[in-house]
Design a protein around this ligand. Structure first.
Ligand code: 5RP
Length: 219
């Protein structure tokens, strides 16, 4: 029986196959991505560098002497490699467990291909068991929370946490998300929401899934 960490390592290693030569690689955030950064450091001679979705990943990339580019200075990101908190069969995701959802969504928007790396515990038929993170401008906290309750959720402030953008996170419990694209659009329309952790309008293109019987690639 492989541990969750061993499954994360297996997908991090597999993801290297999706990194083209001379690329500037989009790099996500989280414990699975941390393992990917280790693997990337082994092949850093064949890439130009990375764009990063968080201060934490930037620090790790720099510690491995992988050049980190400002996204504004880059016009082509062939692949973005990131984890997920939940992913369904349509490759819609909930992300933001680490609080980096907004920058992740920006890098994903620029990237040509989104490669999600996840262990099988993240693969679900309906999204929403994992509380949905929503990044909110601090002065809008109460308003956004009331609107999320109207949508059937139970928002909880993530205490002691500020995003890299200086905002707060509301984690929304109790949503069963049958229509992820519609839900993403509805939540993103609430005044004061920066973005929610649903990645459905821009879903993953490839899922590299770590299973007990091997790594499966799902498109
Ligand atoms: C961070 C994220 C991560 O991708 C997500 O939380 C998965 O993390 P991990 O690889 O540690 O399970 O969206 O904002």
């Amino acid at each position: 029986m492989l541990t969750q960490n061993q499954l994360k390592l297996a997908v991090a290693q597999k993801a290297i196959e999706f990194v083209p030569d001379d690329a500037i690689v989009g790099v996500g955030t989280g414990s699975t991505v941390n393992l990917f950064i280790e693997e990337l450091s082994r092949i850093k001679g064949r890439i130009r560098g990375a764009v990063s979705s968080s201060e934490a990943s930037t620090e790790r990339l720099k510690a491995h002497h992988i050049p980190v580019f400002d996204l504004n200075a880059v016009d082509d990101v062939p692949v973005y490699i990131d984890g997920a908190d939940e992913i369904n069969h349509y490759l819609h995701m909930i992300k933001g467990g680490g609080g980096a959802l907004t920058r992740e969504k920006i890098v994903a928007a620029v990237a040509r291909e989104f490669i999600c790396i996840a262990d099988e515990t993240k693969y679900v038929s309906v999204l929403g068991q994992f509380p949905l993170p929503v990044e909110v401008i601090p002065m809008a906290r109460s308003h956004v929370a009331r609107e999320l309750v109207r949508l059937g959720g139970h928002p909880e402030m993530r205490h002691g946490f500020t995003t890299d953008n200086g905002n707060i996170i509301l984690d929304v419990h109790g949503l069963s998300i049958a229509k992820p694209v519609e839900m993403e659009e509805t939540i993103n329309q609430i005044a004061g929401v920066v973005t929610c952790g649903l990645f459905a309008r821009r879903r993953a293109d490839v899922l590299v899934l770590g299973r007990q019987n091997g790594v499966e690639v799902i498109r």
